[in-house]
Design a protein around this ligand. Structure first.
Ligand code: ZN
Ligand code: ZN
Length: 343
């Protein structure tokens, strides 16, 4: 079975007598296929920066083709001049001259997903603590039909609403977050997925959940579920789809036109009791310290100590096109030369 690696880990870490009776056999709910974000993490930062540049060039070209000159200009100006706070070996902070805030811009998407992470992570930790629930990553899929992106998104969201009204769901889940992922196959059919962080009250047989999803969609029982052991990593994985909702490499002028028509479509949201919890949530000092990494780096200025090696930071001005090369330089600098001062 493909699940063997993960399930062995789980079994070996739960060798207490009687522990096995409390859980269903691992193969009923584990799914360890490599996720998109795991594959992305294998690439270096310079490779990813280069890809972001290429994506933006591609988007700007498509925008020009559609006569969206203003949009193209904004995308080109976004992150075109940078102030990079660095010790020479690490990059502590990058401050762009301008941000376009276009939803498909990979640079702006990264900032947006970091903001979502610092906003929701403390709430998720608080919720888990208060309600004694454990998080799982659930991917819901639907059958492919001839329909546009908007119809496809509406169909899967409506199915999810029906699923949430069912007794089974209410019995086992106490809310969570959802985000949309769009892909398109070579026949031009939309594959829309819902990525859910669900806060589970207790274990259940995944086959039962498949039946429930089939009842909610009418024609699909395909879903994947895996436990989340580190909520920060789990959240990082699902908000990635907010910054990168679709595969831009296969993106053509028609796709961009369609996407521009979706202006107000929500790509991320909360549901169930977690949604109410978020409304009333007031972070304690402790929660804020764990969650808000963004504000930590926001306080860094020239002359501060590098958070990774304590060497003083200086401000390096460069164009956005030079960033991948600078990452390369940083990646290839020998470890241990600077930065041993705190050992
Ligand atoms: Zn941008
Ligand atoms: Zn450093």
């Amino acid at each position: 079975m493909i699940q063997s690696t993960l399930s062995t880990d789980l079994i070996s870490s739960h060798r207490l007598p009687g522990a096995s009776e409390r859980k269903p056999p691992p193969h009923t709910y584990l799914d360890n296929r490599g996720t998109k974000s795991q594959r992305e993490n294998k690439r270096t930062r310079s490779q990813r920066a280069r890809e972001r540049l290429r994506t933006k060039e591609h988007l700007a070209r498509l925008a020009v083709g559609l006569g969206e000159v203003e949009l193209a200009d904004k995308i080109e100006r976004c992150h075109s001049r940078l102030s990079v706070l660095t010790c020479g070996r690490h990059i502590a902070r990058i401050i762009p001259n301008f941000t376009c805030e276009f939803r498909l811009c990979p640079d702006c998407g990264r900032r947006r997903s970091r903001k979502l992470q610092s906003k929701y992570l403390p709430m998720m930790r608080g919720f888990m603590l208060h309600h004694k629930v454990t998080p799982v990553h659930l991917v819901l899929t639907q059958t492919h039909r001839k329909e546009n992106r908007k119809q496809s998104a509406k169909r899967i969201k409506d199915s999810f609403t029906r699923l949430q009204r069912r007794g089974f769901w209410k019995q086992y889940f106490k809310g969570g977050t959802w985000s949309l992922e769009f892909t398109k196959d070579k026949n031009g059919l939309h594959h829309t997925h819902l990525h859910i962080i669900g806060f589970r009250r207790k274990f259940f047989d995944i086959e039962l959940l498949r039946d429930e999803w089939l009842a909610a969609t009418g024609d699909s029982h395909v879903l994947h579920l895996k436990p989340i052991s580190d909520i920060a990593a789990g959240l990082r994985e699902v908000v990635k789809y907010v910054s990168k909702p679709l595969d831009i490499r296969r993106f053509g002028a028609e796709d961009l036109r369609e996407f521009l028509g979706l202006k107000n479509m929500r790509m991320f949201g909360t549901f169930g009791e977690f949604r109410d919890f978020c409304k009333d949530f007031e972070p304690s000092d402790n929660d804020a310290a764990v969650g808000d990494l963004e504000s930590f780096s926001r306080d860094l200025v020239e002359g501060c100590a590098c958070p990774q090696c304590n060497a003083p930071l200086f401000d390096l001005r460069m164009s956005g096109k030079e960033l991948p090369q600078f990452y390369e330089q940083v990646e290839s600098s020998p470890p241990g030369k600077v930065g041993t001062s705190w050992n």
